[in-house]
Every structure is written in C-alpha cells, then in structure tokens.
Design a protein around this ligand. Structure first.
Ligand SMILES: Cc1cc2nc3c(=O)[nH]c(=O)nc-3n(C[C@H](O)[C@H](O)[C@H](O)COP(=O)(O)O)c2cc1C
Length: 354
C-alpha cells in the first residue's frame, strides 16, 4: 500500500501530488500506533511519541486528523497568515529525487485565519497535539502586529503556537530574527494569546542559516522571554552538493541534504542554551537512526516533512518501532533519559551514520 501510494503520487507534478495526498489524508485511511515508552513532554504538552509532522503540509488545517492516523504524535498546521493568500507563482516546488530533497518557494499560500478557525471548530476531536505555525501576510503593512492578530484568533484552538520568522520565501521575514525585532514579535504573539484569555506554550522556529552571533541573540531572547521550545530548523537557502538540475531554483531546501546542517545546529543551540529551553529537531529525517540521533543530540521532539514524501505513509510507524528498540539497546527507559546524552559525532557513530 505504502509503495503503491508513493508510486502513484510521483506521476504527478509535486504540487498536484501534494493536493492528492491531502485528499487521501482527509479521508482517514490509516491506522494509528501507540507505544507508552515513547512519550515525551514539552512544557505541559504530552506527545505520545517523539515524531511530529513539521509545518507546511497541512497549511490550512484541512487534514490533520487524517495525518494523526499515520502515527504522528503532533501536527503543526500552517504557516497560517491573518488573510488568505495565493503565495508565489507556479511552479514553486521542485522534487530533487537523486538528492532525496525538495526546494520550495510556496510563500505561505494558505486560506487565512478565518477559514482555518472554522475548520478547527468543526474538528474538535483531535487524535494528537495540534500546533499552529503563524506568520505575517506578504503585503502586510505591520508584520509584527500580524502575529498578534493571528495568535489572538487561533490560540484557543491550538495546543501550542509556533512563531515562524525563518521561512526564506517571504521577503524580509528572516530579518525578524534580529534581536530587537524578535523581542517585538514575541511580545506581540504573547499579547495576542493573553487577549484571547488563553495560556498556550510558544515555540520559535529558526533558520539554519543564522550566523553564530545571531544565534546567540535568538537563544538569549528566547530564554529571557521564557519561550517553551526552539524548533531547529526551517529550510536552508544554502545549496550543499546537489545532483538534480533543479538545484539552482530559488527557495528553501529540505530533506536529506539538510540533516547534517540542522543537526549540527541543534547541538550548537543545545550548548549555547545550556539546557534552559527545550528543543525540537527538524531537518532531513527519513529514518529511525536519524530521528534517534536528533534525540541523543538534544531534541525532545523530532519533526519531519520531506521524509514523508520520499518514504511514504509508513514512515512514522517504522521510525517509532525502531526507536523503541534503540532505547532498550542503549539502556534508556524513556525518551527523556536519552535526550541530549551524546554529542553529534558520538550519536552518528552509535547509529552507524558515518
Ligand atoms: C513544501 C514545503 C513547504 C513548507 N512550508 C512551511 C511553512 O509553511 N512553514 C514553516 O514553518 N515551514 C515550512 N516548511 C519547512 C518544514 O516545516 C521543515 O522545517 C523543513 O522542511 C525541514 O524538515 P524536512 O527536511 O523534514 O522537510 C516547508 C517545507 C516544505 C518541504
């Protein structure tokens, strides 16, 4: 079934395949998987296993309950903006088969917060943790205020809010990671959640292309503002050695070539933050060894997206089963015990990833 679906979807251009996949997922075809030893926590949220879906697949909250059926403990919908928007002209997503990677420049195409709110109202019985990833409209006159508007509107319907200041496809967005602007974005989001009468954990999603000095500022501000987690990382605008002809397309690169960069960054963030903030590891995960490596290096939760496109819907089941085995092999009784217990290099060695 898994291979059949991948085979079928690859006949279509990436964007059509994406639409068909959403259709399939919205029908809840699959079976869920639970494993008590895999439970992990970030602030007051309990995740039934350490594998979540990263933002970008269910941009408008159309099929998250179907996605939970694949075994994901959490789904981060979005990026949602205050007003619906079309995003960039097509083609804007490119599959790089040889590199097991994707380059996308979607540019926050989504239905906007009103429609998303209506869908969330209808789908009250969720099968897992629902995060809402938020960002500003492309033509917004006040992008910082947008975080307030959307947090106020949607906080009630989420388990956590993820602040996106790191997508490369909205001009000027990544500038919001600068010290003073970032503080304003966080304040704006917090006020929005407060104004909604809610208390929700806030995660910050960062770019893998930050310089060390910028990274230090981002981490300092995150800790000062008592954020609940940093998501490491979004897509990169760098182009490591790639084979596919689409490698020079503008946009964010995800998938296999991002694994090393995003996991090394996770280690740096772990060191600089001195365990004062929880971390979510994202980037290039397509198997259990890679997911477990991110956990050993410091991630309480791992998210993936591109791995699902190349490995198909069985990916979460395979990864979670194998992580359970790795925990036993390495003498850990829980995910929490394993988190941050090894350096990147040692974790690679342990998992025969070099
Ligand atoms: C097609 C596509 C669309 C994406 N859209 C978003 C988005 O809207 N917001 C966001 O924060 N990240 C977005 N991402 C980034 C992913 O959430 C993730 O951070 C990144 O792809 C690295 O993980 P991966 O290698 O497992 O895909 C997108 C990624 C892809 C491939």
């Amino acid at each position: 079934m898994n291979n059949l679906i991948i085979y079928f979807l690859h006949f279509f251009d990436p964007e059509t395949a994406h639409k068909i996949a959403i259709e399939i997922l919205s029908k809840n075809y699959f079976v869920s998987y639970d494993a008590p030893e895999l439970i992990t926590k970030i602030s007051n949220i309990e995740f039934k296993n350490p594998i979540g879906l990263a933002a970008g697949l269910d941009k408008s909250g159309k099929c998250f309950n179907g996605i939970f059926k694949l075994g994901f403990s959490s789904v981060e919908i979005g990026t949602v903006t205050p007003l619906g928007q079309q995003g960039n002209p097509k083609p804007r997503v490119f599959r790089l088969y040889e590199d097991r990677a994707v380059i996308n420049r979607y540019g926050f195409n989504n239905d906007g917060m009103e429609l998303v709110k209506n869908r969330l109202l209808k789908e009250r019985h969720r099968k897992g943790v629902l995060g809402i990833n938020i960002g500003p409209n492309k033509n917004s006159l006040n992008p910082i205020k947008d975080y307030n508007i959307i947090a106020k509107k949607l906080a009630k319907y989420s388990d956590y809010i993820a602040i996106n200041v790191s997508s490369p496809n909205t001009p000027g967005l990544r500038k919001l990671q600068e010290k003073s602007l970032l503080s304003d974005v966080i304040d704006s989001t917090k006020e929005g959640i407060n104004e909604a009468g809610e208390k929700k954990p806030i995660f910050l999603k960062i770019s893998p292309d930050l310089l060390t000095s910028e990274l230090e500022d981002v981490i300092e501000i995150s800790i000062l503002n008592k954020l609940d987690a940093i998501i490491v990382s979004n897509t990169t605008i760098e182009r490591p050695k790639l084979l596919n002809n689409s490698k020079n397309q503008l946009g964010g690169l995800s998938g296999h070539p991002l694994f090393e960069k995003s996991t090394k960054l996770l280690e740096v963030v772990k060191k600089i933050s001195n365990n004062e903030i929880k971390l979510i590891g994202v980037g290039g995960v397509e198997n259990a060894k890679q997911a477990y490596t991110k956990i050993l290096v410091g991630a309480n939760l791992v998210q993936l997206y591109t791995g699902l496109l190349f490995q198909g819907p069985k990916i979460v089941k395979v990864i979670t089963n194998q992580i359970s085995e790795f925990l036993v092999r390495d003498g850990f009784s829980s995910i929490e015990e394993a988190v941050g217990s090894l350096s990147y290099k040692k974790a690679l060695n342990l998992n025969n990833l070099e």
